[in-house]
Design a binder for this molecule. Structure first.
Ligand SMILES: O=C[C@H](O)[C@H](O)[C@H](O)COP(=O)(O)O
Length: 230
Protein backbone atom coordinates (compact mmCIF):
# COMPACT_ATOMS: atom_id res chain seq x y z
CA UNK A 1 0.00 0.00 0.00
CA UNK A 2 1.29 3.46 -0.89
CA UNK A 3 0.62 6.49 1.34
CA UNK A 4 -0.93 9.17 -0.86
CA UNK A 5 0.42 12.75 -0.93
CA UNK A 6 -0.96 14.91 1.83
CA UNK A 7 -3.75 16.77 0.06
CA UNK A 8 -5.67 17.44 3.28
CA UNK A 9 -2.87 18.98 5.32
CA UNK A 10 -4.99 21.94 6.48
CA UNK A 11 -7.78 19.71 7.76
CA UNK A 12 -5.29 17.43 9.47
CA UNK A 13 -3.83 20.39 11.28
CA UNK A 14 -7.25 21.71 12.32
CA UNK A 15 -8.41 18.34 13.70
CA UNK A 16 -5.07 17.57 15.33
CA UNK A 17 -4.80 20.90 17.08
CA UNK A 18 -8.45 20.86 18.19
CA UNK A 19 -7.91 17.56 20.01
CA UNK A 20 -5.08 19.10 22.02
CA UNK A 21 -7.82 21.19 23.66
CA UNK A 22 -8.94 18.04 25.54
CA UNK A 23 -5.62 17.84 27.38
CA UNK A 24 -5.62 18.95 31.03
CA UNK A 25 -2.85 19.61 33.52
CA UNK A 26 -1.49 16.44 35.12
CA UNK A 27 -2.72 14.04 32.43
CA UNK A 28 -0.83 11.01 31.19
CA UNK A 29 -1.33 10.87 27.42
CA UNK A 30 -1.06 8.24 24.71
CA UNK A 31 0.63 9.93 21.75
CA UNK A 32 -0.35 8.45 18.39
CA UNK A 33 1.48 8.09 15.10
CA UNK A 34 1.03 9.78 11.72
CA UNK A 35 0.73 13.15 10.07
CA UNK A 36 -2.56 14.22 11.74
CA UNK A 37 -1.74 13.53 15.37
CA UNK A 38 1.69 15.07 14.75
CA UNK A 39 -0.16 18.41 14.96
CA UNK A 40 -1.65 17.38 18.31
CA UNK A 41 1.79 16.50 19.65
CA UNK A 42 3.21 19.81 18.46
CA UNK A 43 0.35 21.72 20.12
CA UNK A 44 0.75 19.80 23.39
CA UNK A 45 4.44 20.71 23.26
CA UNK A 46 3.48 24.39 23.13
CA UNK A 47 1.16 23.90 26.12
CA UNK A 48 4.02 22.25 28.04
CA UNK A 49 6.24 25.20 27.19
CA UNK A 50 3.57 27.47 28.70
CA UNK A 51 3.68 25.51 31.97
CA UNK A 52 1.26 22.58 31.61
CA UNK A 53 2.52 19.35 33.19
CA UNK A 54 1.79 16.14 31.30
CA UNK A 55 3.51 12.84 30.60
CA UNK A 56 3.38 11.17 27.19
CA UNK A 57 3.45 7.52 26.16
CA UNK A 58 4.54 7.27 22.50
CA UNK A 59 3.05 4.67 20.14
CA UNK A 60 6.07 4.52 17.79
CA UNK A 61 9.60 5.76 17.25
CA UNK A 62 8.05 8.52 15.13
CA UNK A 63 5.80 9.67 17.99
CA UNK A 64 8.72 9.42 20.41
CA UNK A 65 10.91 11.63 18.23
CA UNK A 66 8.13 14.20 17.73
CA UNK A 67 7.39 14.30 21.46
CA UNK A 68 11.05 14.75 22.35
CA UNK A 69 11.36 17.54 19.80
CA UNK A 70 8.22 19.18 21.24
CA UNK A 71 9.59 18.98 24.81
CA UNK A 72 6.95 16.57 26.15
CA UNK A 73 8.29 14.43 29.05
CA UNK A 74 7.79 10.72 28.34
CA UNK A 75 7.08 7.57 30.27
CA UNK A 76 6.40 4.03 29.09
CA UNK A 77 3.77 1.36 29.71
CA UNK A 78 6.47 -0.56 31.63
CA UNK A 79 5.93 2.00 34.42
CA UNK A 80 2.23 0.97 34.48
CA UNK A 81 0.89 4.53 34.26
CA UNK A 82 -2.85 5.27 34.22
CA UNK A 83 -3.45 6.86 30.82
CA UNK A 84 -6.14 9.53 30.98
CA UNK A 85 -6.38 10.08 27.25
CA UNK A 86 -4.92 8.62 24.06
CA UNK A 87 -5.08 10.59 20.80
CA UNK A 88 -4.28 9.03 17.43
CA UNK A 89 -4.99 9.24 13.70
CA UNK A 90 -6.76 6.72 11.47
CA UNK A 91 -6.74 5.61 7.85
CA UNK A 92 -10.51 5.30 7.82
CA UNK A 93 -13.22 5.83 10.41
CA UNK A 94 -16.87 4.91 9.97
CA UNK A 95 -19.89 6.67 11.41
CA UNK A 96 -20.25 3.95 14.07
CA UNK A 97 -16.70 4.89 15.18
CA UNK A 98 -15.03 1.66 14.10
CA UNK A 99 -11.69 2.50 12.51
CA UNK A 100 -8.86 1.08 10.44
CA UNK A 101 -5.33 2.06 11.43
CA UNK A 102 -1.81 1.01 10.55
CA UNK A 103 -1.06 2.88 7.32
CA UNK A 104 2.21 3.77 9.03
CA UNK A 105 2.64 0.21 10.37
CA UNK A 106 2.24 1.41 13.97
CA UNK A 107 -1.15 -0.14 14.79
CA UNK A 108 0.08 -2.86 17.18
CA UNK A 109 1.60 -0.43 19.67
CA UNK A 110 -1.21 2.02 18.98
CA UNK A 111 -3.77 -0.59 19.99
CA UNK A 112 -1.95 -1.42 23.22
CA UNK A 113 -1.68 2.26 24.16
CA UNK A 114 -5.32 2.98 23.23
CA UNK A 115 -6.52 0.00 25.26
CA UNK A 116 -4.54 1.31 28.24
CA UNK A 117 -6.31 4.68 28.15
CA UNK A 118 -9.55 5.76 29.80
CA UNK A 119 -10.57 7.78 26.73
CA UNK A 120 -9.47 7.14 23.14
CA UNK A 121 -9.81 9.90 20.57
CA UNK A 122 -9.25 9.74 16.80
CA UNK A 123 -8.28 12.84 14.83
CA UNK A 124 -9.01 12.82 11.10
CA UNK A 125 -9.49 14.86 7.96
CA UNK A 126 -12.71 14.58 5.95
CA UNK A 127 -11.31 11.98 3.52
CA UNK A 128 -11.13 9.41 6.34
CA UNK A 129 -14.79 9.69 7.42
CA UNK A 130 -16.96 7.07 5.69
CA UNK A 131 -20.30 5.28 5.96
CA UNK A 132 -18.68 1.85 6.20
CA UNK A 133 -15.10 0.59 6.26
CA UNK A 134 -13.40 -0.59 3.07
CA UNK A 135 -9.74 0.38 3.53
CA UNK A 136 -7.28 -2.56 3.33
CA UNK A 137 -6.66 -3.87 6.85
CA UNK A 138 -2.99 -3.76 7.95
CA UNK A 139 -2.11 -7.02 9.68
CA UNK A 140 1.21 -7.21 11.55
CA UNK A 141 2.63 -10.74 11.46
CA UNK A 142 5.74 -12.52 12.65
CA UNK A 143 8.01 -12.73 9.57
CA UNK A 144 7.86 -16.54 9.71
CA UNK A 145 4.05 -16.39 9.46
CA UNK A 146 3.87 -14.24 6.32
CA UNK A 147 2.85 -17.00 3.92
CA UNK A 148 0.52 -18.83 6.29
CA UNK A 149 -1.25 -15.61 7.25
CA UNK A 150 -1.58 -14.60 3.58
CA UNK A 151 -3.26 -17.94 2.80
CA UNK A 152 -5.63 -17.60 5.76
CA UNK A 153 -6.53 -14.05 4.70
CA UNK A 154 -7.40 -15.40 1.22
CA UNK A 155 -9.59 -18.07 2.84
CA UNK A 156 -11.41 -15.23 4.64
CA UNK A 157 -12.11 -13.59 1.27
CA UNK A 158 -9.30 -11.03 1.41
CA UNK A 159 -6.56 -10.11 -1.00
CA UNK A 160 -3.22 -10.02 0.91
CA UNK A 161 -0.10 -8.09 0.01
CA UNK A 162 3.05 -8.01 2.11
CA UNK A 163 3.87 -4.31 2.41
CA UNK A 164 7.11 -3.37 0.64
CA UNK A 165 9.54 -0.74 1.87
CA UNK A 166 10.21 2.33 -0.25
CA UNK A 167 13.77 3.13 0.77
CA UNK A 168 15.12 -0.43 0.96
CA UNK A 169 14.59 -3.62 -0.99
CA UNK A 170 12.17 -6.03 0.63
CA UNK A 171 9.33 -5.81 3.13
CA UNK A 172 8.52 -3.06 5.62
CA UNK A 173 9.79 -4.03 9.07
CA UNK A 174 7.68 -2.64 11.92
CA UNK A 175 9.01 -1.04 15.13
CA UNK A 176 8.49 -4.52 16.61
CA UNK A 177 10.57 -6.32 13.95
CA UNK A 178 7.64 -7.83 12.05
CA UNK A 179 6.04 -7.74 8.56
CA UNK A 180 2.77 -6.03 7.62
CA UNK A 181 0.23 -7.63 5.29
CA UNK A 182 -2.29 -5.22 3.75
CA UNK A 183 -5.45 -7.29 3.46
CA UNK A 184 -8.07 -5.93 1.09
CA UNK A 185 -11.58 -7.22 1.87
CA UNK A 186 -13.47 -4.58 -0.10
CA UNK A 187 -16.44 -3.30 1.89
CA UNK A 188 -16.29 -4.74 5.43
CA UNK A 189 -19.82 -5.66 6.53
CA UNK A 190 -18.89 -7.03 9.96
CA UNK A 191 -15.71 -5.39 11.33
CA UNK A 192 -16.02 -7.16 14.69
CA UNK A 193 -16.35 -10.58 13.09
CA UNK A 194 -13.41 -9.97 10.75
CA UNK A 195 -11.33 -8.67 13.66
CA UNK A 196 -11.97 -11.90 15.58
CA UNK A 197 -11.08 -14.11 12.57
CA UNK A 198 -7.83 -12.20 11.91
CA UNK A 199 -6.79 -12.47 15.55
CA UNK A 200 -7.18 -16.27 15.36
CA UNK A 201 -4.50 -16.65 12.64
CA UNK A 202 -1.28 -18.08 14.10
CA UNK A 203 1.56 -15.55 13.92
CA UNK A 204 -0.71 -12.50 13.73
CA UNK A 205 0.58 -9.94 16.21
CA UNK A 206 -2.21 -7.38 15.68
CA UNK A 207 -4.61 -6.19 13.00
CA UNK A 208 -5.65 -2.62 12.31
CA UNK A 209 -9.38 -2.83 13.08
CA UNK A 210 -10.13 -0.65 16.13
CA UNK A 211 -13.47 -0.99 17.89
CA UNK A 212 -12.79 1.04 21.04
CA UNK A 213 -12.82 4.64 19.77
CA UNK A 214 -14.63 6.86 22.30
CA UNK A 215 -14.56 10.10 20.35
CA UNK A 216 -13.79 11.40 16.88
CA UNK A 217 -12.51 14.86 16.01
CA UNK A 218 -12.97 15.34 12.27
CA UNK A 219 -13.24 18.19 9.79
CA UNK A 220 -16.52 18.20 7.87
CA UNK A 221 -17.41 20.97 5.38
CA UNK A 222 -14.50 23.02 6.66
CA UNK A 223 -15.49 22.90 10.34
CA UNK A 224 -14.12 20.78 13.19
CA UNK A 225 -16.82 18.42 14.53
CA UNK A 226 -16.70 15.92 17.38
CA UNK A 227 -18.69 12.70 17.70
CA UNK A 228 -18.85 10.48 20.79
CA UNK A 229 -19.71 6.82 20.96
CA UNK A 230 -23.24 6.47 22.37
O1 LIG B 1 0.23 3.31 11.58
C1 LIG B 1 -0.13 4.47 11.52
C2 LIG B 1 -1.30 5.01 12.19
O2 LIG B 1 -2.35 4.12 12.42
C3 LIG B 1 -1.76 6.37 11.71
O3 LIG B 1 -2.41 6.94 12.80
C4 LIG B 1 -2.70 6.33 10.53
O4 LIG B 1 -2.06 5.66 9.46
C5 LIG B 1 -3.14 7.75 10.06
O5 LIG B 1 -2.04 8.47 9.63
P1 LIG B 1 -2.19 9.93 9.02
O6 LIG B 1 -2.72 10.80 10.10
O7 LIG B 1 -0.79 10.30 8.59
O8 LIG B 1 -3.11 9.83 7.86
Amino acid sequence: MVRTPDSNAGEKRAAGEAAAGMVRDGMVLGLGTGSTVAWTIKKIGEMVEEGMEVLGVPTSYQAQELAIAAGIPLTSLDQDPVLDLAIDGADEIAKDLTAIKGGGAAHAREKVVAASARWFVIVADSSKYVDSLSHPVPVEVLPIAGRLASRRIEELGGSPQIRQAKMKDGPVITDNGNFVIDADFGRIEDPGGLAARLSEIPGVVEHGIFENVNELVVVIDGAVKTFRRE
